[in-house]
Design a protein around this ligand. Structure first.
Ligand SMILES: [Zn+2]
Ligand SMILES: [Zn+2]
Length: 428
C-alpha cells in the first residue's frame, strides 16, 4: 500500500474516455489494493474516436474488484462483454432486466451479441442508498443513488475512499417525472464532496429547449384531440425511455385512444410496470383498455374509432410502419428524440431516422425533451455538492467549455491530468 507524506493512501482517478465526447464513458478509481471501474460504454454511432478493442478493455479492467454501471444505455454498458469473467459487474435490478431483454432480441438476430447476453445475465445487482465495500477490502466504498434519466433505473454513485468523497453523476436530468428527489438526495448525502465527475451533454446544446416531461404528455394529448377526429400517430422514440412511454400511454388513456405496441415493447413495459408501478400509477402499463398488442388487435374495431399512438424504433420498424401506412394512409409521425439525428452534422445524423422521416414526406410533430441535465441543473449540482478539489465534466462534446459557466468562478474545472493533495487525476 502506498502511503503519501501526509499518511493518506494514494488514489488514482483515471478518465479513460469521455472528457471530450458524449458517451463511451469509462472512469477508473483505484487505491493500491482496490480498483473500481464506472461504466464501460461503447462509442455512439458517428463518434470519430476509435473504439476500444477487447484487449484494451481487458487491460483497463485487469485486477479490478468490480465494474459498476450507472445505467443500461449502450454508451455506458456497451463494452461489458469484453470484461473477463473473473471481474464482477453490477447494475440496477430493473436495468439488468431491460439489458437482458435488449440483448436477447439482438442475439436472436446476430450471434455476436450472445456474449453480451450471457454477461448481462450474469451481472450482479445493487440497491439504491446501500453502501458497498468494493472487493471487501475496506478501502473503497460505493453508494448508488437513484437519478431520473431517459433510461429507466439509472443511478449516480457516491464513492468514499480514504476520507475523500467523489460523486459520479452518470447521466441524469431534473425535468422528468422522477426528478423531484434529486436536490433532496444531494442535500442529504452529497454535500461536501471533494471531487465531482458530472455529465455535460447539454453544454453543447444550449439552444435546445428543455421542458418538463409532463409537457410531452400534454402535447401528445393535444395532437390526439386535434380537430375532434381520430389520429393515428407513430412516435419515433426510445423503447426503453420509461418517462416518454408513460407520457404517450397517459395521453392515450386520457383521450381513449389506444397505446399500440409490439411484443418486444410489451416485454420492456412489463419490466417498467413490475419495478415502477408501485411508486406511481403513471408507470402501470398493465392496462388492457388502453394498451393493445399489434399482433392481436383488430384495426377496425380497436384502432379506427379513437386513434392510437404507437412507439416505434428507428432501428428495426421501418418496414412494419410502411405496411401500416396501407391501412392508415393519413397516419402522422411524432418525432420524439434528439433532433440532431435528423438535422445535425453528417456525423450526428442517423440514416434510420432520416428514412423514417422520409416515409412521412419530411413531415412530423416534434415532441421531445432531453434526457440530460440542462446547464442550470449542472450549476445547481455543483453549488450543492461544492466540490473542494474541483469538477471533471465528462460525457460532453469536444469544444464545450464548462469553464464558461458562472459556477466555474468558484469551482475548479479539471479537464487535464493533475495531482491535488494525494489524488492523481489522469485524463486520457
Ligand atoms: Zn450517455
Ligand atoms: Zn444515458
Amino acid at each position: 500500500m502506498s502511503i503519501s507524506d501526509t499518511g493518506s493512501l494514494i488514489m488514482n482517478i483515471i478518465i479513460h474516455r469521455g472528457i471530450n465526447q458524449i458517451g463511451g464513458c469509462i472512469t477508473e478509481i483505484a487505491t493500491d489494493n482496490t480498483k473500481i471501474i464506472i461504466d464501460l460504454g461503447s462509442n455512439l454511432p458517428g463518434c470519430q474516436g476509435e473504439e476500444f478493442t477487447k484487449q484494451d478493455i481487458e487491460h483497463i479492467t485487469a485486477g479490478a474488484d468490480a465494474v459498476y454501471y450507472t445505467h443500461f444505455h449502450g454508451d455506458h454498458v456497451g463494452l461489458s462483454g469484453y470484461v473477463h469473467d473473473d471481474v464482477e459487474q453490477y447494475i440496477g435490478k430493473g436495468a439488468r432486466e431491460v439489458n437482458i431483454c435488449k440483448y436477447s432480441v439482438l442475439a436472436k438476430h446476430d450471434s455476436k451479441y450472445e456474449r453480451d447476453l450471457s454477461v448481462a445475465q450474469n451481472m450482479k445487482t445493487y440497491e439504491a442508498a446501500q453502501k458497498y465495500d468494493v472487493g471487501g477490502k475496506g478501502e473503497i466504498f460505493i453508494t448508488p443513488f437513484f437519478v431520473d434519466h431517459s433510461a429507466f433505473d439509472s443511478y449516480m454513485f457516491l464513492i468514499e475512499a480514504d476520507n475523500k468523497r467523489i460523486l459520479h453523476t452518470g447521466d441524469f436530468r431534473s425535468h422528468g417525472y422522477l426528478s423531484k428527489g434529486l436536490e433532496k438526495v444531494l442535500d442529504l448525502k452529497a454535500k461536501n464532496i471533494d471531487l465531482l465527475i458530472t455529465e455535460g451533454t447539454m453544454l453543447g446544446r444550449l439552444d435546445e429547449k428543455v421542458v418538463q416531461e409532463s409537457m410531452i404528455k400534454a402535447g401528445a394529448k393535444a395532437l390526439l384531440k386535434e380537430d375532434q377526429r381520430p389520429h393515428f400517430l407513430f412516435a419515433l422514440c426510445s423503447s426503453t425511455d420509461m418517462d416518454r412511454l408513460a407520457s404517450f400511454h397517459a395521453a392515450c388513456k386520457e383521450t381513449r385512444a389506444k397505446f399500440l405496441c409490439d411484443s418486444y415493447q410489451k416485454s420492456v413495459l412489463d419490466i417498467f410496470t413490475k419495478y415502477a408501478a408501485p411508486y406511481s400509477n403513471l408507470f402501470n402499463f398493465n392496462d388492457e383498455t388502453t394498451k393493445v398488442l399489434v399482433e392481436n388487435c383488430d384495426f377496425e374495431r380497436d384502432l379506427r374509432p379513437n386513434g392510437f399512438i404507437m412507439p416505434v424504433r428507428a432501428s428495426s420498424q421501418l418496414d412494419f410502419v410502411k405496411k401500416m401506412l396501407h391501412y392508415f394512409p393519413d397516419a402522422e409521425l411524432v418525432y420524439s428524440m434528439w433532433k440532431g439525428y435528423y438535422e445535425g452534422t453528417e456525423e450526428q445524423k442517423s440514416q434510420n431516422v432520416i428514412d423514417f422521416v422520409n416515409l412521412f414526406h419530411g413531415q412530423f410533430h416534434y415532441l421531445h425533451t432531453s434526457g440530460h441535465a440542462d446547464v442550470e441543473t449542472l450549476e445547481k449540482v455543483c453549488r450543492i455538492t461544492n466540490p473542494s478539489m474541483g469538477v471533471i465534466p465528462i460525457h460532453r462534446d469536444k469544444n464545450t467549455r464548462f469553464e464558461e459557466l458562472s459556477i466555474a468562478k468558484t469551482v475548479n474545472v479539471i479537464t487535464k491530468s493533475v495531482t491535488i493533495d494525494d489524488m492523481n487525476i489522469i485524463v486520457k
